[in-house]
Design a protein around this ligand. Structure first.
Ligand code: PLP
Length: 403
């Protein structure tokens, strides 16, 4: 048979999923591995949520592209309770927020500014959608938001070389740094977005995991509602990532409606409609019944306690660690230990260190390079098993009385 005269387009596996595969390989070899690479909550699904899913198992039909009326209404209520009045018609559901973010980039049809560092998939999705990801560094200690002082200049320079920059992505609270940008930084970012005619895509999947109960993460949708898209999902706060269910909130007004129509067009060609049983369970979750509110709150306290403890340990060991404020990550920078690591372990970069941790110590983490960042930073998920036991039962007990 004649070999094909071309290679498939090279699309590498997303870094977070690649580390999962490496860990699975080690486990098949019989090695015990602590999986701190993939971004997953260390708590089980709430039984009431599982019951809702089970109750809808018989729903086998396709649904509306935008999602069921029940889910869109519940998500609108979720946002309205958080100070973002939302009409159900502005909500689009999808199989996870990741595909929704891709649909948004495809629907926007232009280049996009992404923070450096930022979640692995923004830049990769932009490239897949034929757009250029333009990296802009975040202000020190305020991950998730491209520095407002650098943003305008980066956009002007990209446009001067013919790029059609249309959007900027922010993550509030942030992954990978676990920090939260200040209200002031978000307000200034919104002002630049207005001046430069940019849409803001605000990924707020960690919104309910702000460690300090007295604090809420800012949202650009409050300062620039006419141009901000917000996304969230069940994946993190309710530990239902495998259920693949996310929602997006499109802006009001003619532009928002046109963007929503384009997102629906993309969705209709890719996933048709989000899985019906998941939508039913998600409508229950976004209505925020007391048992789920309580579970999210325990999860928040649990991850806050573990993140603080882990950050303290790394700081004591000499790493530079941004103080974790939300989500479930710590992001130690081993720059100050570079010489010691090189002398003792032959390790020069976070990529080397990631390899060493997996091969020698059975710990799976991700290097800063996966997030377009510093060659000496690592991201690790804070696993409640580090402090609260290995099994779901042990963690549930701990959830009842977190440290
Ligand atoms: N956004 C951020 C910042 C994330 O960390 C993740 C998951 O890792 C996602 C989006 C995607 O979540 P999902 O597709 O499960 O909704």
């Amino acid at each position: 048979v004649r070999p094909l005269p071309f290679e498939p387009r090279r699309v590498p596996l997303s870094a977070t999923l690649a580390v999962n595969e490496a860990i699975a390989r080690k486990r098949r070899e019989g090695v015990r591995v602590l999986p701190l690479g993939f971004g997953e909550a260390g708590i089980p699904i709430h039984p009431a949520l599982a019951r809702e899913l089970g109750a809808a198992a018989g729903r086998g039909g396709y649904g509306p592209v935008a999602g069921s009326a029940a889910l869109r209404g519940a998500a609108a209520g979720y946002w309205s309770r958080r100070g973002l009045p939302t009409d159900p018609s502005a909500v689009v559901a999808g199989p996870g927020s990741k595909p929704l973010l891709y649909a948004l980039l495809a629907a926007l049809g232009g280049d996009v500014v992404v923070p450096s560092p930022s979640w692995v998939s923004y830049a990769a999705q932009a490239s897949l959608a034929g757009a250029e990801p333009i990296r802009v560094a975040t202000p020190p200690g305020e991950g998730g938001v491209p520095s407002p002082a650098l943003l305008a200049d980066a956009v002007v320079r990209a446009r001067a070389r013919g790029r059609d920059v249309r959007a900027v992505v922010v993550t509030l609270p942030d992954n990978p740094t676990g920090t939260i940008a200040s209200e002031d930084a978000v307000r200034r970012l919104c002002a630049v977005a207005r001046e430069q005619d940019l849409v803001i895509i605000s990924d707020e999947i960690y919104r309910d995991l702000v460690h300090d109960p007295a604090r809420t993460a800012p949202s650009p949708a409050r300062h620039a509602p006419e141009r901000t898209v917000v996304t969230t999902a069940l994946s993190k706060s309710l530990a239902a990532g495998g259920w693949r269910l996310g929602v997006a909130r499109l802006p009001d007004g003619p532009f928002g409606r046109a963007l929503r129509d384009s997102v629906l067009g993309v969705a209709s060609e890719i996933w048709s409609s989000a899985p019906a049983p998941m939508q039913h369970a998600a409508a229950y979750a976004f209505a925020e019944p007391p048992e789920l509110v309580e579970r999210v709150d325990r999860s928040r306290r649990l991850h806050a306690a573990v993140a603080a403890a882990v950050a303290d340990r790394f700081t004591a060991a000499g790493a530079r660690v941004p103080r974790p404020e939300g989500a479930f990550y710590v992001y130690p920078d081993f720059g100050p230990l570079r010489d010691a690591l090189a002398d003792n372990h032959g390790v020069r970069t976070a990529d080397d260190l990631t390899g060493l941790l997996l091969e020698r110590y059975g710990v799976g983490v991700l290097p800063g390079s996966s997030f377009g960042d510093a060659p000496s930073a690592l991201r690790m998920r804070v696993a409640p098993s580090l402090l609260y036991g290995e099994t779901d039962e042990q963690r549930l007990t701990a959830l009842a009385s977190p440290a």
